[in-house]
Design a protein around this ligand. Structure first.
Ligand SMILES: Cc1cc2nc3c(=O)[nH]c(=O)nc-3n(C[C@H](O)[C@H](O)[C@H](O)COP(=O)(O)OP(=O)(O)OC[C@H]3O[C@@H](n4cnc5c(N)ncnc54)[C@H](O)[C@@H]3O)c2cc1C
Length: 512
């Protein structure tokens, strides 16, 4: 029987793995991890991502070893590795999941496809998310297909006959991959076991407060599921997470524990976000150009490129002079994660207040996020920068957010030690202090832009373009290609195409 090479990419698990289960029925399985040094030199990659990925691989290797197999690790370019395998073991079948990655992985996959065709190798890819392959998508029935996919039975871990392995490389270190040093002060534990533990505590203990506490960085750390990196690297399957949440929702409605209505609301809110996960990745799958070009072409060139390098640096280091922005950024630098509201606020500040292009600010954030997921990331960066053409323009005030999400100011004091000595509400706006400022926080910078003035200029520029007839016509096209039809409001209007493409409101109504 032919060897079945299962190429693990961002699907680092044996459980609910469709490609693996199908491959195992056809012959001995050779599990393969490829470490591609060129990928790890891309500007959206970082050592913190590598460390998480590496941890998942080590655990996957242990799981395979416990079943009598051996995970083969190869370093190099994909086509060179396949060529070498082919010369050593002859023909094989190739399996993987359908990856919606960045432009580099897309081109790499095209090269692998051409190589496979040239060597008469069949490469079968299977879905792991509710994303439909290909450029042109029927968005009207997308949500239904997502539901069907998530409700399909889980694929049990198959009984696997492992192939005799060919020589394997050691997993390189971040240093060997020439990644810039990037040690997290508070890393999230990597691997499937840690992911499953988080899923359990979220659904049974931590998640009750999810809806209420997701927006403040003070409470979000424990109230949010924290599952994003496990989903991004496939240590958990989206379907197993969705089904576990649905099962918990049924249990709550059957047993009606204390606070059951709060619990139910939180679980509903959580499963809505699982849906958004795939909804956003679909946008990149259908239009890969959104990694570098706005959805609405009317905004091309609106923000100068390159943006002001001093602003980009100060923002990235948490030295803008806006305490809550700086605290959020420094928290992110130390954790590799921060909650949605803070990500949106950081992007809003970069693109409205500092007028930086989302492409540049987005790359900085991509490297900082351990859970970097290109489809979600680039869609969100554009949405927060107001360049999709279809979403409400939402500028976050760093001062209002500071008062709302950190009323005591303790989060700021913890993450911006230069302000530790500033008592009371002055910590939100230290520039309001006159002489005292020099005594209490001499090392903290003055804000280098005025929020009100800078954000007004930005909004004027965007609205100036947005009201042009050509922009309205273009927005209609963006809606038809990418707009969500799944929210309660858009369900009502989905039969009749909207004349005003204000259709992604459900995303904003989620109080993210
Ligand atoms: C500018 C910007 C960039 C972002 N980049 C990423 C990214 O690279 N990778 C990433 O996973 N998320 C990204 N997000 C979305 C969101 O902030 C994170 O998914 C979330 O904070 C992860 O924490 P959690 O797992 O505790 O989320 P929870 O709130 O517990 O949600 C559960 C899961 O739902 C999905 N999800 C949650 N919120 C969203 C959302 N708004 N859009 C799409 N999917 C969502 C994620 O897979 C998440 O793990 C970005 C948001 C913004 C504003």
């Amino acid at each position: 029987m032919k060897t079945q090479v299962v190429w693990f990419k961002r699907d680092l698990r044996l459980f609910d793995h469709t490609a693996l289960a199908e491959a195992a029925k056809l012959g001995p399985v050779l599990p393969l991890i490829m470490v591609e040094p060129e990928y790890w030199q891309l500007p959206d990659t970082s050592a913190r991502q590598w460390e998480f990925w590496r941890g998942c691989i080590v655990e996957l290797g242990r799981e395979i070893a416990a079943q009598g197999g051996r995970l083969m690790i190869r370093t190099g370019s994909a086509t060179d590795i396949f060529e070498d395998l082919h010369s050593r073991m002859g023909s094989f079948d190739l399996w993987s999941h359908e990856e919606t990655g960045n432009h580099w992985t897309y081109r790499r996959d095209l090269a692998v496809k051409a190589w496979a065709r040239g060597h008469d190798i069949s490469w079968r890819e299977r879905r792991q998310f509710g994303v439909t392959r290909g450029r042109t998508q029927d968005r009207d029935h997308w949500a239904k297909r997502w539901d069907q996919m998530m409700r399909q039975p889980i694929t049990a871990t198959p009984v696997i006959e492992w192939a005799k392995t060919v020589p394997s490389d050691a997993l390189p270190t971040a240093n060997e991959l020439s990644l810039a040093p990037d040690v997290l002060l508070h890393p999230q534990r990597s691997g499937r076991v840690a992911g499953l533990a988080l899923l359990k505590t979220f659904l049974h203990e931590r998640g009750m407060a999810y809806s209420r506490e997701m927006s403040s960085p003070v409470t979000a750390e424990s109230a949010c599921s924290r599952l994003s990196p496990y989903l991004a690297y496939g240590a958990l399957s989206m379907r197993e997470v969705y089904q576990a949440a649905e099962e918990r929702a049924s249990q709550i409605s059957r047993e009606r524990p204390a606070g059951h209505s709060v619990w139910s609301r939180s679980i509903r809110s959580f499963t809505a976000r699982l849906h958004w996960h795939c909804h956003f990745i679909q946008k990149l799958e259908s239009e890969p150009e959104i990694e570098w070009e706005p959805f609405a072409k009317i905004y091309i060139g609106m923000r100068p490129r390159p943006g002001n390098p001093a602003y980009l640096k100060a923002w990235s280091e948490g030295r803008t002079g806006y305490p809550f922005i700086d605290a959020a950024m420094r928290y992110l630098n130390a954790h590799g994660w921060i909650n949605f509201r803070m990500r949106a606020m950081l992007m809003s500040f970069a693109t409205y207040d500092l007028w930086l292009p989302w492409q540049e600010a987005g790359l900085v954030l991509a490297r900082k996020f351990v859970d970097f997921e290109p489809g979600i990331h680039w869609s969100q960066c554009q949405m927060q920068a107001g360049e999709t053409g279809i979403n409400t323009i939402r500028v976050y005030s760093p001062i209002k957010q500071s008062h709302d999400q950190d009323p005591s100011g303790d989060f700021i004091r913890a993450w911006v030690p230069e302000l530790a000595g500033v008592a009371g509400s002055m910590v939100h706006e230290p520039w309001q202090m006159q002489v005292l400022r020099l005594t209490l926080c001499p090392d903290y910078p003055q804000p280098f832009v005025d929020h009100k003035t800078a954000s007004k200029q930005a909004k004027d520029e965007i609205f100036g373009r947005r009201k042009l007839a050509v922009a309205r016509a273009e927005a209609q096209g963006v809606y038809l290609r990418h707009g969500s039809r799944s929210g309660p409001r858009s369900r009502k209007i989905s039969k009749k195409r909207p004349t005003h493409p204000k259709v992604e409101a459900p995303q904003l109504l989620l109080d993210l």
